[in-house]
Write a protein that binds this ligand. Structure first.
Ligand code: A2H
Length: 255
């Protein structure tokens, strides 16, 4: 835990057909359902390849003030209720409760993503007490995401353990979105290889890689996709975030 509040951007990844059974009743009422990962890197959303949940994590579907339904931890929904996101202060209506494993393989439409559809996959290192308990995966720029995706790609028994179909994982390649001159256009992949990281459980090395990529990405990164291609990350990060919020693709959240 750091000092002071952490300001996240929650990205709205819409659950689309086939709807998981735990969400079917809500969907049949015509409501839009979103997984809402918290991110510090809204400018990387072009490179999303999947969305992570904790399989044994407890999640709910919560009604927001504007009629949207957000899938996240109850803890996050409670925090949202004090940030003008739900129907009233301290009030958050839970429409369904389920485990992360119940939504594995759900298909999502992720805003800005070059991949038209991404899938919900298991990440075993998610902290249920941070953010929304949902994480969007950008393996080009996040070492944790790259390590977790590599684990699933390389280990058929891991996929089998969680009932993950090959087609939810294997076709998804790293999407280069930010060039760091003199380093890499896939910084997380470079850091993973340089530090000889072997799995999502290499916590100390992943923390090192994460700091390195975060610093380099912000200080030296140049967008290579989207309307701001050629512009520095540090100059367009806030613009991209504000545009997503204005377009109804994201909301602010802090804790
Ligand atoms: B970031 P901080 Cl491209 N458990 O988003 C584990 N990790 C979580 C989480 C949770 N409950 N909630 C959020 N996160 C991840 C993008 C990204 C992120 C990139 C590069 C670095 C990066 C795509 N994943 O984070 O502990 C989310 O991943 C490195 C700082 O609150 C979120 O931003 O500082 C970040 O950790 C928040 O980390």
């Amino acid at each position: 835990e750091g000092v002071g509040p952490q300001n996240y951007t929650l990205i709205k990844l819409e659950v689309v057909e086939p709807i998981p059974s735990c969400l079917q009743e809500i969907h049949s009422q015509g409501k839009k359902i979103y997984l809402v990962p918290g991110t510090l890197r809204p400018e990387t959303m072009y490179g999303q390849t999947n969305c992570w949940i904790l399989p044994e994590g407890k999640y709910g579907a919560f009604e927001m003030g504007n009629g949207d339904v957000f899938v996240c931890t109850e803890r996050a929904a409670r925090n949202m209720s004090y940030q003008q996101l739900t129907t009233g202060k301290g009030e958050y209506k839970c429409l369904a409760k389920f485990n992360g494993s119940d939504i594995l393989g759900a298909a999502l439409k992720a805003p800005l993503a070059i991949n038209p559809i991404v899938y919900v996959l298991p990440m075993l290192t998610i902290d249920e007490n941070k953010g929304t308990g949902v994480v969007t995966s950008v393996p080009s720029d996040s070492p944790d995401d790259y390590a977790s995706l590599q684990d699933l790609k390389a280990k058929a028994p891991l996929r089998a353990k969680f009932g993950i179909k090959d087609e939810w994982v294997l076709p998804f390649e790293v999407v280069p979105i930010i060039d760091i001159p003199g380093y890499s256009n896939e910084s997380a992949v470079r850091a993973y290889k340089d530090l000889n990281i072997k799995s999502q459980n290499d916590r100390a090395l992943l923390d090192q890689a994460k700091d390195l990529c975060y610093q380099k990405g912000f200080n030296d990164g140049v967008m290579s996709v989207g309307p701001y291609a050629g512009r520095k990350v540090s100059d367009v990060k806030k613009i991209i975030k504000d545009e997503m919020i204005a377009a109804g693709q994201a909301v602010e959240y802090s804790e």
